[in-house]
Design a protein around this ligand. Sequence first.
Ligand code: TXA
Ligand code: MG
Length: 328
Amino acid sequence: MKAACGTDIQYASDLIKAGKLVAIPTETVYGLAANGLNEEAVLSIFKAKNRPDFDPLILHVANMEAAFALACEVPEMAKKLAEAFWPGPLTLVLPKKNTVPYVVSSGLETVGLRVPNHPLSLALLNALPFPLAAPSANPFGYISPTTAEHVMENLGNRVDYTLDGGPCAMGLESTIIGFENGEPVILRRGSLAKSAIEKVTGPISERINVSGNPKAPGQLSVHYAPRKKLVLINSETEISEEILNTPFTLLRFGSNLPYLKGKEALELNFSADANYSEAARKFYAMLREADAGNPELLVSAYITGHEMADAINDRLKRAATFNITTHE
Ligand code: TXA
Ligand code: MG
């Protein structure tokens, strides 16, 4: 009996070839991977995660050629973006070839493609003659995993093996770009900064759905959410009696929320130095820590004044979706 977790690429690739599920590390979050061209294996991903079948998966490949071999049409701009950012935290949504099963794309004619930047996953992908379908390796709607331990905690009995690549270097999911009338559009904010993308594309628009319309895949409003209630505070005047009368965990960024300092039962800081990359890297682990802590209430605030803050703020908003009272 092999260990449930380790760095054995050969073992991982044998399991995948046999139609099994293997959790894989990437630079963004851990993925729950299976043979992306095997319908049954792909269906078992949805089952393990409890994921609704209308939420399509990303196919992971070792390089640009392998990615574009799965698309029937590749805009010039997609090539430029791939050359600039792969391997890396960018997913391109392109018209799919017939070889990509509809279970992967949830019936859509497009497919999400990405070359992850992690040596273990690249080694695994290089050992396989097909792409890996992989959503984040968390139960549907829960906080994404950024360590092998997180995967084991939530899905330990549902994956056949976890490739342990250490903590994820970036910590938030890939940025997703699709094409509308040939023009690139950001569909999900993520680890790749909009300013970096715009150096390649010029000004780019966003089509981010926070309304919870399930027809806009992947952008369900309840997502990345702790089990506990999270309240986002925009200003001192929003501090309610509920907050003042309930023990709460204060999730800070640098020295924000100074007016709540001292009133909390537990303080966690995404980055005491207000360093955005550190906050992104630690974000999900800290939400998990807050969720596991004693206080039943979590209090945080949007990050302001940072070029990359949109991606974290997007996740904060989704995590607080049930009780949000204010908007960015
Ligand atoms: O960083 C990442 O992207 C991670 C790692 C594991 O690669 N993966 C990830 O997968 O975040 P997942 O399934 O948790 O989120 C993928 C998102 C989904 O919200 C899905 O709706 C969207 O990508 N997506 C996939 N295919 C799509 C398509 N054809 N059109 C629009 N959105 C799509
Ligand atoms: Mg996910």
